[in-house]
Design a binder for this molecule. Structure first.
Ligand SMILES: *Cc1c(COP(=O)(O)O)cnc(C)c1O
Length: 395
């Protein structure tokens, strides 16, 4: 890690670019090759490279084939690992492909996972449906210790949680896990490495839907796992065999976007803090969920585990489902759409969209009510966003 000693913001600009001057280029090189010619070492070198990749190596003398290695993707992975403070990172075609790869890689450690609710709707669905062959125990963040079994391979938590913004205390999760050999997977999509670096708090695997803040412009679908060298090798073995690759164009855009990630996240966060406070005072608003207002579980972790409360805000409108549905038709600046973390602001209805696949009783029990709306705050002027929300709430 050539930039490891620099401050976070410096790394965001320079990580994964250490060799560009030697290469004689300034922008990130983009390699779209699907196959690679044999190199100076001929067939023997290519065969040895193939064997190394099959064993999980991050790189080898000859790339051989794009499913085994791509230099543009590897550059992005190096940069993201530097920002998360992990040995390695492994990128995938989507956040769900990344989650699936972790599950496949963990299968040799046992057939059971412990999952803290709430979490992203499709993650919940993947783990509840039995599609992966794992048995899942769903629980709250203080029931992890009791849910562990001898064959538990993974403990899966999401913090901040989508869409309730509840936080999970990772040090406490580790304490509950004690000496159990299960690995801890933390979905840190909502925080980004700007606000939270879970590996410093005991996570073995840090997962991002890079589709969200890391991409930041609504034009890349991707996932990435920041982790140890040992897990990195296991994940690459799965990726090579199953093919859930991140396209190099996506990796190029993600890497380019890392330079502005700290600016984007902190600016959107400042606007979110202001809007959350204004929403809390609004007569048409029942309640606001935002870590910066102290209105979510474990909000005291802001400033301890998280460097800030983030740029996602959820709130309940007065009038339940009917009022929430009307709200989606009435905003002009906020686009009614799922996804999050883009430069522009989005509004969506978790119970009807992102979390519709979740068991209804579990949904309600974890606070995903029919009147709940989720905002992803973008980079527009705060006053314009407030005007848009206020007008939509009043009509
Ligand atoms: C969107 C999302 C995912 C899934 O990622 P995709 O890139 O859509 O596959 C996983 N976790 C969280 C918290 C998300 O918001």
């Amino acid at each position: 890690m050539e930039t490891f000693t620099f401050a976070f913001d410096t790394q965001a600009v320079h990580a994964g670019r250490g060799d560009l001057r030697t290469l004689g280029v300034h922008a990130l090189p983009l390699d779209l090759s699907t196959t690679y010619p044999l190199g100076a070492g001929g067939l023997d070198e290519a065969t040895a490279s193939l064997e190394a990749f099959a064993d999980g190596a991050a790189t080898a003398a000859n790339p051989v084939y794009a499913r085994l290695f791509n230099p543009t993707v590897a550059r992005f992975e190096t940069a993201l690992a530097a920002l998360e403070g992990t040995d390695e990172a492994v990128a995938f075609a989507s956040g769900m492909a990344a989650m699936t790869a972790v599950l496949l890689a963990a299968r040799q450690d046992g057939g059971h996972v412990v999952v803290v609710r709430p979490l992203y709707g499709t993650s919940d669905h993947l783990l509840a449906s039995g599609l992966t062959g794992f048995a899942s125990t769903f629980c709250t963040d203080d029931e992890i210790g009791d849910a562990l079994r001898p064959d538990t391979a993974l403990v899966i938590v999401e913090t901040p949680a989508n869409p309730t913004l509840d936080l999970v205390d990772l040090a406490d999760v580790r304490r509950q896990m004690g000496t159990h050999r299960a690995a801890l997977l933390v979905d840190s999509t909502f925080a980004t490495p700007v606000l939270q670096r879970p590996a410093q708090h005991g996570a073995d695997l840090v997962l991002h839907s890079a589709t969200k803040y890391l991409g930041g412009h609504g034009d890349v679908v991707a996932g990435v796992v920041a982790t140890t060298a040992a897990w990195g090798a296991r994940l690459r073995q799965v990726r090579i065999a199953t093919g859930a690759l991140l396209h190099p164009m996506g990796a190029y855009l993600l890497h380019r976007g890392l330079a502005t990630l700290p600016l984007r996240v902190r600016h959107a966060q400042a606007t979110a803090q202001a809007l959350a406070a204004q929403l809390a005072e609004h007569p048409e608003v029942e309640m606001v969920r935002y870590p910066g207002l102290g209105t979510v579980k474990n909000a005291a972790l802001v400033g301890v585990q998280m460097d800030g409360p983030g740029a996602m805000v959820s709130f309940e409108v007065r009038g339940g489902y009917a009022a929430a549905r009307r709200m989606l038709d009435r905003t002009a600046l906020f686009t009614p759409a799922v996804s999050l973390g883009s430069v522009d602001s989005l509004i969506q209805h978790p119970a009807g969209l992102t979390h519709h696949v979740v068991d209804e009783a579990a949904r309600t029990a974890t606070g995903i009510t029919p009147g709940l709306l989720r905002l992803s705050i973008g980079l527009e002027a705060a006053a314009d966003l407030w005007h848009d929300l206020d007008a939509a709430l009043r009509t």
